[in-house]
Design a protein around this ligand. Structure first.
Ligand code: TRH
Length: 377
C-alpha cells in the first residue's frame, strides 16, 4: 500500500511557500509512489505556478497530487502516515487532535526554511515534544551532507545538460515566450524584489559595448524597471531598448518552464528560496536577492551561503562576486560591481557548474524525507 502524505502549506506571501511545497509534493508522488495531499490555504498563487489549476476548487488533481483547499471551515479527514507542516505553519486544530488517536500515529515533520548556516546541521532531524503527546521532527533542507539536502528531481541535471547543448530547443523555447535573442547579447533573467540598486546596473548595461537582453518575468521588480525606462506601464510582451540594453517583460510561467528560462540565460538574478535553488541547478552564475527579515537575520544567511559557495574561486573573483551580492542586497549601486565581476567571468561561469555538480552529489530533499520515514517505521 502507498504511504499517505499530507503537506500543509500556508501562503504567507509571494510564491515561495507554495513553490516549495508544490515541487516537493509532485516529486513525492512521481518518484516515490506516495499518495500526496497538498493542503493550501490560498490557491490563487498556485494557479500561477500551475496554470490549469482552479483557485476555487475544494479538491483537484494535478501531476498525481491531490491539491486540497485548506479552508477555515475544516472538515474531519483521515490523518496521513506522514504529516508535513511547511515553514512552521499551524495544523488545523481538529487534525492536530486526531493525530495521536490514529492506530499508528503519524510521522510529524516541520519542513524548515533553507539556510547554509552551520547550526542547521546540529538541529536537523531533532524531535520536540508537543502538547498532543507526539514528537515533531524539525527537518532542515540545506547544502551540507548532514542536512536534508535540496529539492532536485531525478534526471534534472541530465535534462538541463541536454537542453543547454541543444541550440534549437533553446531557440524554440524562447520563441514560445516571444523572445528573439538579440545577436551576440548576453541573456540575463531578472526575478527580484524591489531594488534601489537596479537603475545603476541598467545604466551600465545600456552603455556596455556588449549587448544585453534582459528578460524580466512579471513581478515586484517591474516598478523599478518601469521607473528607469520612464514608461507608464509594462506588461508581458513589452520590449524596450536603451543603448546596448534590450529589456523584455515575460509572462510568469509554470515551474518547469521557469527552469528552462534559467537554463537558457548566461546569468540569473533570483530571489527567495526556490528560484535560488533552481538557479544553482542551472549551472550558471547567479545573483541572489534574499528575502529580508526584520531583525536582519538574512545577512547571516547570505554570508553563510557565500562562505560555502565562494570556496574554490580566486580571491579576486570571490571578492567581486561577494561585492555584487552585497550591493544588490543593500540596494546599493550595482554598475561598478558588475563591471568588476566581468573581469572574472570565465572563472565564475566554470565555478557555477562545479558548485552545481558538487551539490548534486548529495541526496535530494524528497529522497531524504522518504528515507527518514522508512527508518522511522
Ligand atoms: O516568491 P518568493 O519571493 O517566495 C518566498 C516567500 O516570500 C516566502 O515567504 C519566503 O519565506 C521565501 O521566499 C524565502 O521566491 P521563491 O522562493 O523563489 O519562489 C518563487 C517561485 O515561483 C519558485 O517556485 C519559482 C516560481 N516561478 C515560476 O514558476 N515561474 C516564473 O515565471 C517565476 C518568475 C517564478
Amino acid at each position: 500500500m502507498k504511504a499517505t502524505w499530507d503537506i500543509f502549506c500556508s501562503v504567507v506571501d509571494n510564491y515561495g511557500d507554495i513553490g516549495v511545497t508544490w515541487r516537493l509534493a509532485r516529486q513525492l508522488a512521481a518518484e516515490h509512489s506516495c499518495a500526496v495531499r497538498l493542503w493550501v490555504d490560498d490557491l490563487q498563487p498556485f494557479t500561477r505556478l500551475c496554470p490549469g489549476a482552479d483557485a476555487t476548487a475544494a479538491q483537484q488533481w494535478h501531476d498525481g497530487v491531490s491539491v486540497c483547499h485548506w479552508s477555515k471551515d475544516w472538515q474531519p479527514t483521515e490523518v496521513a502516515d506522514v504529516v508535513i507542516e511547511a515553514f512552521a505553519c499551524r495544523l488545523p486544530p481538529a487534525y492536530f487532535d486526531a493525530m495521536p488517536k490514529r492506530s499508528l500515529p503519524p510521522l510529524w515533520l516541520n519542513l524548515e526554511y533553507l539556510s547554509a548556516e552551520q547550526w542547521v546541521s546540529g538541529c536537523h532531524a531533532l524531535p520536540s515534544p508537543q502538547p498532543n503527546g507526539l514528537r515533531k521532527i524539525f527537518f532542515f533542507p540545506g547544502f551540507r551532507p548532514d542536512t536534508g539536502g535540496l529539492l532536485r528531481e531525478a534526471g534534472l541535471l541530465d535534462r538541463r545538460h541536454a537542453f543547454q547543448q541543444d541550440i534549437g530547443a533553446q531557440r524554440a523555447f524562447l520563441q514560445g515566450l516571444g523572445v528573439e535573442p538579440v545577436e551576440n547579447a548576453r541573456l540575463i533573467s531578472l526575478f527580484a524584489y524591489e531594488n534601489a540598486g537596479l537603475a545603476n546596473w541598467l545604466e551600465v548595461l545600456a552603455q556596455d559595448p556588449r549587448p544585453t537582453h534582459l528578460l524580466v518575468p512579471e513581478g515586484r521588480i517591474l516598478s523599478d524597471v518601469q521607473r528607469w525606462l520612464e514608461v507608464d506601464e509594462l506588461r508581458a510582451g513589452a520590449v524596450q531598448r536603451r543603448g546596448a540594453l534590450t529589456v523584455q517583460i515575460l509572462p510568469f510561467v509554470r515551474q518547469d518552464d521557469y527552469d528552462r528560462l534559467l537554463w537558457s540565460c548566461d546569468f540569473n538574478a533570483v530571489r527567495g528560496e526556490d528560484s535560488f535553488v533552481r538557479a544553482q541547478w542551472a549551472g550558471r552564475p547567479l545573483l541572489w536577492h534574499i528575502y529580508q527579515q526584520d531583525d536582519d537575520a538574512h545577512w547571516l544567511k547570505l554570508d553563510a551561503f557565500l562562505e560555502m559557495y565562494l570556496k574554490g574561486l580566486s580571491p579576486a573573483a570571490s571578492e567581486a562576486l561577494r561585492n555584487l551580492w552585497r550591493a544588490w542586497n543593500s540596494g546599493n549601486e550595482m554598475g561598478q560591481r558588475w563591471s568588476e565581476l566581468q573581469l572574472h567571468w570565465p572563472q565564475v561561469t566554470k565555478h557555477a557548474e562545479h558548485w552545481c555538480l558538487e551539490q548534486a552529489s548529495q541526496a535530494d530533499l524528497a529522497a531524504a524525507l522518504v528515507l527518514f520515514y522508512l527508518n522511522w517505521l
